[in-house]
Write a protein that binds this ligand. Structure first.
Ligand SMILES: Cc1cc2nc3c(=O)[nH]c(=O)nc-3n(C[C@H](O)[C@H](O)[C@H](O)COP(=O)(O)OP(=O)(O)OC[C@H]3O[C@@H](n4cnc5c(N)ncnc54)[C@H](O)[C@@H]3O)c2cc1C
Length: 444
């Protein structure tokens, strides 16, 4: 309990340091975990700041929804915000590993855009961003009713990630048989069914891509909760983790303990095992460390920047992500286009909590720009991850990042970052509170 209070205090302190209002960062009940958030229809009284500007945001995920909401909340009625999202509602990746074990219902991970639309006056358009003219500042989108052109003063791009599939997973049929479930949705339910179909003594093979990928602890967390479910439901079953990286990439102490103590004899961890080829028919993953056959196979392909970044000419960092100035998240390749969340290449992790923080820093910078000013020269962001280790216990990791003018990057603040000493049921409960708070801060 004390740890949780300290953690939430650190979270709020980081927000204050960045100049953020802290009203969204409270330890309250929030919306029920079985209903998600974002369904509120009460209109908010927005401030009249005298600022004016038109912002189009692409992607209503953790980063895009945050920047849209805080542009209106802080910028007020003169800031016209249009949010373009291809899906009718958002499905949270966070906690989606717990759908695999029936600990969390898929419906509790659905978030509506109703509050952004009704409470904050954001124009939410269901459509797909196709192309942009950065000189004329126009974005072309495809909608169910045909194409549409949106004028903007600033364009914010937050479409998340795409995947670079390994040999063997070239076709739609292969990708339907061996899923990644690294974008929560139908694939999460497919993987859940495949785990359920495993026999006693069966083998679950999963792969982890080379960094950078979204949610560094996420794959290890998946290995743990699947192992825990198998122990309870499929006697003698095993989990084989094929990691393209040379070692566990996040929360190393926690996961080493989880693999070697909590799930000893159930999880086999194989580092330096990038995927060479997936034999879908034989349910076998070939790596330099050997071939591994599973009754259920889960391949998480390399994470890459979405094609939209290439189409807009802003995929100028490694793996097709977008290089940005982290003071305002403006693309280093195109003026007036800002890239936040997993699509940007920064020193911060690709994580939903960081996406929310980047959305706020970007919103603040855009509002300063509309007022003729410069971005905050010393932004601070906070990243948090809770990792379930079993179906009832979790560990956590938090880091604070501050702008370093000498490298022009966000650097971890020593002493302000911490990792749980061990997994506990208390941390598992804290995880639910953290999730509700974060999602409420983003969608409600
Ligand atoms: C299993 C798992 C567990 C995780 N756990 C955690 C955790 O504990 N903590 C944490 O902080 N993070 C966690 N993450 C990571 C987190 O989910 C992502 O980092 C976060 O969702 C990134 O936010 P984003 O807005 O960049 O992208 P997304 O949330 O993926 O949103 C992108 C949105 O853009 C839309 N879109 C894409 N292209 C277009 C287009 N052309 N036009 C219109 N719309 C478009 C998509 O439909 C989507 O809604 C986890 C991820 C996974 C897979």
């Amino acid at each position: 309990m004390t740890q949780r209070r300290e953690f939430l205090a650190r979270l709020a302190a980081a927000a204050v340091a960045a100049g953020f209002p802290t009203h969204g960062l409270t330890d309250d009940a929030g919306p029920s975990r079985t209903t998600g958030a974002g369904g509120s229809t009460a209109a908010r009284a927005l401030p009249s700041t005298g600022l004016s500007g038109r912002v189009v945001v692409v992607g209503g995920g953790m980063a895009g929804a945050s920047v849209a909401k805080f542009l209106r909340l802080w910028g007020g009625t003169g800031i016209k915000v249009t949010l373009v999202e291809k899906e009718p509602r958002y499905t949270s990746n966070i906690l989606s590993n717990l759908v695999l074990t029936d600990t969390v219902a898929m419906t509790s991970l659905l978030f509506e855009y109703t509050a952004l639309r009704n409470s904050y006056g954001i124009e939410v358009v269901q459509g797909t961003a196709l192309s942009a003219d950065p000189v004329a500042r126009k974005l072309t989108i495809g909608t169910p009713g045909g194409s549409r052109v949106l004028d903007y003063d600033r364009l914010v791009i937050a479409p998340g990630i795409d995947f670079d599939y390994p040999p063997g997973l070239e076709t739609d049929a292969a990708r339907a048989a061996i899923v990644h479930a690294w974008q929560a949705g139908p694939q999460t339910l497919t993987l859940r069914s495949q785990i359920r179909a495993m026999p006693a003594g069966g083998v679950f093979v999963m792969t982890i891509p080379a960094t950078p990928y979204r949610c560094p602890p996420g794959p290890y967390e998946r290995a743990c909760v699947v192992a825990d479910w198998l122990k309870r439901n499929r006697r003698g079953a095993k989990v084989i983790v094929l990691d393209a990286n040379p070692a566990i990439t996040a929360e190393r102490v926690s996961f080493e303990r989880a693999f070697s103590v909590t799930h000893a004899g159930v999880i086999q961890y194989v580092p330096n095992a990038p995927v060479d080829f997936v034999d879908v028919g034989a349910k076998t993953v070939h790596t330099p460390m050997g071939a591994f056959r599973g009754d259920a196979v889960n391949v998480i392909p390399a994470n890459v920047g979405p094609a939209l970044l290439r189409d807009l000419g802003i995929a100028n960092a490694a793996r097709g992500f977008a290089a940005v100035d982290v003071l305002d998240y403006q693309s280093t390749a195109a003026a007036g286009i800002h890239v936040i969340g997993d699509s940007s290449a920064t020193t911060q992790p690709k994580a939903g909590h960081i996406g929310n923080q980047e959305g706020k820093v970007c919103a603040d910078a855009l509002l300063r720009a509309f007022g003729g000013g410069q971005p905050d020269p010393s932004p601070v962001t906070n990243s948090s991850c809770y990792s379930p280790i079993t179906m009832t216990t979790a560990s956590w990791l938090t880091a604070v990042f501050a702008y370093d003018p000498s490298t022009k990057t966000m650097k971890v603040v020593p002493g302000a970052s911490a990792e749980a000493e061990g997994a506990s049921t208390g941390h598992f409960e804290d995880m639910r509170i953290w999730f509700r708070t974060l999602m409420r801060d983003t969608y409600a």
